[in-house]
Design a protein around this ligand. Sequence first.
Ligand code: 3HC
Length: 327
Amino acid sequence: MLHDVARDADICHILGYRRPVAFDDLLAGDGRVEPRDEMPEGYRRTLVRQIAQHAHSEIIGMQPEGNWISRAPSLRRKAILMAKVQDEAGHGLYLYAAAETLGVDRADLLDQLHTGRQKYSSIFNYPTLTWADVGAIGWLVDGAAIVNQVPLCRCSYGPYARAMVRICKEESFHQRQGFEILHTLSHGSPAQQRMAQDAVDRYWWPALMMFGPPDDDSPNSAQSMAWGIKRFSNDDLRQRFVDMTVPQAQALGLTLPDPQIAWNEDRGHYDFGPIDFTELAEVIKGNGPCNQQRLAHKVQAHEDGAWVREAASAYAAKHARPTEGAA
Ligand code: 3HC
């Protein structure tokens, strides 16, 4: 019955109208909450926080890889990397648009990022020192992003869930291009193999930290899961990522920098060593290797782009005016 309510609500939404459905009924029937539905203020605030952080991460995430566009080893690699970085910009735009459906202003969200009042993912505060880092980011960082974000396609908030469907399709391509870069390097010269291994050594632990603090230390998880915003806990998703990645590392002929990784028959999962969550806390606080550089570059790019925003606004205002003599 509740599923019928939810399905009807979705159909009405697609057709452009919607009977009001109570928030609790929508959640109980696994339906989607839409912008005009009533929702608890805490639900709205949690979504704004998470979607804004997610959008900021996509935009700041363009920097580490953008660093290699001019130095990609071939025209083919350059074209692929440019397309990938451009995809991340697109993801940021879908997500800012999803956040705006909750009644917030994009300029205000950007201001909160630029003044350190909103966060972005810890992972983008690490440097990209070699070309192999572009492969490691694709394989590990986009791989972790997929594991974290596929469940968000079933998020209870409609605009966020729908944005995630397309984002996840593109992330899947990104992950494969990273795997392919590392596969080429790990089957190349000894120097290329060393470069690939070094990149994986540096990105493995930060990729595990992307999933957030351990469940016992995650203040938002329980409520976000009760509201159907998050579908799995941080630790469950981290475990899923390890289980998926260990066989891929074997296929690449690369070693993950954790001697404690071992298949646990009883659990049906890979065991892995302890994560240094003090490092995650420090990076989130702004003390990672590249925090200052990333934020300064973002603020500068925003200021340099002021004329583009002004021109776009002027163009929109001009074309919004009704034509003279129009009925
Ligand atoms: N980096 C920075 N901050 C983090 C973090 C990380 N890796 N992990 C957790 N945090 C922050 C949280 O935002 C929260 O801060 P706040 O309460 O002050 O806002 C605090 O640490 C406590 O963590 P919680 O586990 O309680 O927070 P959440 O329930 O929000 O879970 C999350 C954190 C798992 C990252 C969740 O917000 C989420 O799934 N977000 C959507 C996905 C996302 O933002 N991914 C970022 C990467 S985007 C990307 O990878 C793009 C690509 O192209 C590669």
